[in-house]
Design a protein around this ligand. Structure first.
Ligand code: FMN
Length: 313
């Protein structure tokens, strides 16, 4: 039997396995990050951090059901120094993606500068798509006028591999516009998609919402968002420069889901909601399921089918 290779490369960053956690899922505390470092995930993404630590929104702020999750966390995190100090003390044998999510453009410049100084950070994942901030109604990922100038400023000083975590877009023209902006810069990768903003989940018995912040509205993740993730990945794969790899995120709970993300053009994938549900043992299960599919299809590596989604036959 052919050996099946489930490793990948994000613009030269080698991931021993193409599967990792998504930012915000069990990657905030010392314990959670240590568990991830010791797991078989192909890389580790840290909780999106700000300059100062934040408590985040009031509890309860996360709820899951069989098809997905709703959250309005409000970026609870210990501040960038906590994550950089944590990494400094560890022996690390896989790529580290430091996720940052400053509350202003200036804060993001500051965070990127700090991340640039750490030898333990392999790449920065700049989150332009947090949907749950009480203090900020608009996210930069939807502000097409501001994105270009903001990214141009970043690349005046940034030296680390830097990728951008994008929100979901629902119109072809929006993806075309964002891709044409990103294509002008040395972006290292994009990650798409973040949670679908402004969902509402209802407890029918109680006739009430299930999370407290923002009247129950929150970002939706999990199986229910997979079609939107696939659509965004495939459109970005079409419109982005071919040397900007895509990390697929959204709705993955099986090896089949990973196969579909890669078929749409993803070079690696991240798991949010399902990782929250299952914990670190998920990486072994998903790897096994992915290998099973590739064996059946007689593919020996991701490159045999990456981006090769066919039109209706
Ligand atoms: C509890 C929770 C916290 C999250 N926090 C962050 C975050 O800090 N930064 C970020 O970029 N995305 C965050 N996300 C979004 C996930 O990284 C991911 O993009 C989204 O959940 C879709 O993936 P999924 O369908 O596998 O859940 C969070 C998601 C959840 C469920």
């Amino acid at each position: 039997m052919k050996k099946i290779d489930t490793s990948t490369s994000i613009n030269g960053i080698k991931l021993p396995l193409c599967i990792m956690n998504a930012s915000g899922a069990l990657c905030s505390t010392n314990k959670e990050l240590s568990n991830l470092l010791n797991s078989s995930s192909g890389g580790v993404v840290t909780k999106s951090c700000t300059y100062k630590s934040r408590k985040g929104n009031v509890l309860p702020r996360y709820f899951e059901w069989d098809l997905g999750s709703i959250n309005s966390m409000g970026l609870p995190n210990y501040g960038i120094d906590f994550y950089l100090n944590f990494l400094e003390k560890k022996t690390i044998d896989k790529p580290i993606f430091l996720s940052i999510s400053g509350l202003s453009e200036e804060e993001n410049y500051f965070l990127i500068q700090k991340a640039n100084q750490s030898s333990k950070v392999t790449a920065i994942e700049l989150n332009l798509s947090c949907p749950n901030l009480i203090e900020k109604e608009n996210m930069l990922g939807y502000d097409f006028d501001k994105i270009s100038n903001f990214i141009e400023n970043i690349f005046k000083f940034n030296k680390k591999p830097l990728g951008i975590k994008l929100p979901p877009y629902f119109q072809d023209i929006h993806i075309k516009n964002v891709a044409s902006i990103l294509n002008q810069f040395p972006i290292f990768f994009i990650t798409c998609i973040n949670s679908l903003p402004n969902g509402l989940f209802i407890d029918t018995n109680k006739e009430s919402v299930v999370i407290r912040p923002k009247g129950g509205f929150g970002g939706i993740g999990g199986a229910i968002i997979k079609p939107f993730a696939l659509a965004n990945i495939h459109k970005f794969y079409t419109y982005l420069r071919k040397d900007i790899p895509i990390i697929g995120c959204g709705g993955i709970s099986s090896g089949k889901d990973i196969f579909e993300h890669i078929l749409c053009g993803a070079s690696a994938v991240q798991i949010g909601t399902q990782f929250m549900k299952e914990g670190v043992s998920i990486f072994k299960r998903l790897k096994k399921e992915l290998i099973f599919i590739l064996e059946k299809k007689n593919y020996s590596s991701l490159n045999s089918f990456k981006g090769k989604l066919k039109n209706f036959q």
